[in-house]
Write a protein that binds this ligand. Structure first.
Ligand code: IPM
Ligand code: MG
Length: 370
């Protein structure tokens, strides 16, 4: 039985509660003789700040570097609203992304049939939706320099963020999107703002070349990012794989999340380049939802996005596609049986807490395995 090294960073708010359910799933995999996992745990976000005065310690960064995969819960909360910008909880996540070189962020948005009515859009618009947003994650305005606020006199300040992309950054993210499209419906849509941004002009140019030279078998289209936001709400099923930069990807993936009924449903994978010798990619898996301080510690959080993120870890880091399919199927079955956490609760369904949702998922896994 293979053993994999996992480094867990539960973080703040509901992070520890949803990671707790992943631990139970790990135990189930071990008991079923499918795989074992060595688990180490560290601090990130506000809890790391409280302990070390930084959003993640160097020691935990080293552990994240050395692990086969990192599972990340969520960071932040009102308690840390006033801390310095450099050590704010989100800085821990951004350091992990940057230092691990996790440039490719995969955010699938799948509308489970059982949840089509939980979306704020009409059932026919979202039912059967299955799109994959591929967001560039280590470049653009998130990390571009200069990034500063300066005093320019007369009581005025000037804030600058820098949107910057080099050719290679666009090439590699477009390739990731195209490779994934080959395993899906062979269609890629690339979103930028070439009508106002130089980085959009270059993005468009590079994406066009990569698609034409390396992926002539795919349908490749360009869409302006604002139009894309509108289209996602109007007719999301026109998309299959959507590739875009860091900031547009942040915004578009929140829209896509809501199409599925709840932010509590969306997993994500952040992948680095394959190692030249081993072919292994550094990877971090996290739910798209945040730390939800309003419900933290009450056993109410929806663990599905976290568990689905672990499913992506099985698929992309451990090459355990069948086990990943089982996790996805267990989620669909539990929803079809009418179990709902508060965030996706609907009339006539059974409202459960975090732990009960975990129970039900593990029971389903057992049924699927036998
Ligand atoms: C996300 C989040 C992060 C981001 C925050 C927490 C820094 O919104 O992963 O989408 O902006 O990337
Ligand atoms: Mg976001």
């Amino acid at each position: 039985m293979a053993t994999h090294n996992l480094f867990m960073l539960p973080g703040d708010g509901i992070g520890p509660e949803v990671i707790g359910q992943v631990r139970r799933v790990l135990d189930w995999f071990k008991e079923s003789g499918i795989a074992t996992f060595n688990v180490d745990e560290g601090l990130v976000g506000g809890c790391a700040y409280d302990a070390h005065g930084a959003a993640i310690s160097d020691a935990d960064m080293d552990k994240a570097m050395a692990a086969d995969a990192v599972l990340f819960g969520a960071v932040g909360g009102p308690k840390w609203d006033g801390v310095d910008y450099d050590v704010r909880p989100e800085a821990g996540l951004l350091r992990l992304r940057k230092d691990l070189g996790l440039f490719a962020n995969l955010r699938p948005a799948i509308c489970y049939p059982a949840l089509a009515d939980a979306s704020s859009l009409k059932r026919e618009v979202v039912e059967g939706l299955d799109i994959l947003i591929v967001r560039e994650l280590t470049g653009g305005v998130y990390f571009g320099e200069p990034k500063q606020i300066t005093d320019i006199g007369n009581g005025q300040k000037r804030a600058v963020d820098t949107q910057v992309y080099d050719t290679y950054e666009i090439e590699r993210i477009v390739r990731v999107a195209c490779e994934l499209a080959r395993t899906r419906n062979k269609k890629v849509s690339s979103a930028e703002k070439r009508n106002v941004m130089k980085s959009g002009v270059l993005w468009n140019e590079v994406a066009t070349r990569i698609a034409a030279e390396e992926y002539p078998d795919l349908e490749f289209e360009h869409v302006l990012a604002d139009n894309c936001a509108m289209q996602l709400v109007r007719n999301p099923k026109q998309y299959d794989v959507l590739v875009t930069d860091n900031l547009f990807g942040d915004v578009l993936s929140d829209i896509a999340a809501m199409l599925t009924g709840s932010l509590g449903m969306l997993p994500s994978a952040s992948l680095g380049a394959p190692d030249e010798k081993t072919g292994v990619r550094k990877a971090l898996y996290e739910p798209v939802h945040g730390s939800a301080p309003d419900i933290a510690g009450q056993g109410l959080a929806n663990p599905i996005a976290m568990i689905a993120s672990f499913g992506m870890c099985l698929r992309y880091s451990f090459n355990m596609g069948e086990a990943a399919d089982m996790v996805d199927q267990a989620i669909a079955n539990v929803l079809a049986k009418g179990l709902r956490t508060g965030d996706i609760m609907q009339d006539g369904m059974t409202e459960v807490g975090t732990e009960q949702m975990g129970d039900a998922l593990i029971e389903e896994l057992g049924a699927l395995a036998s």
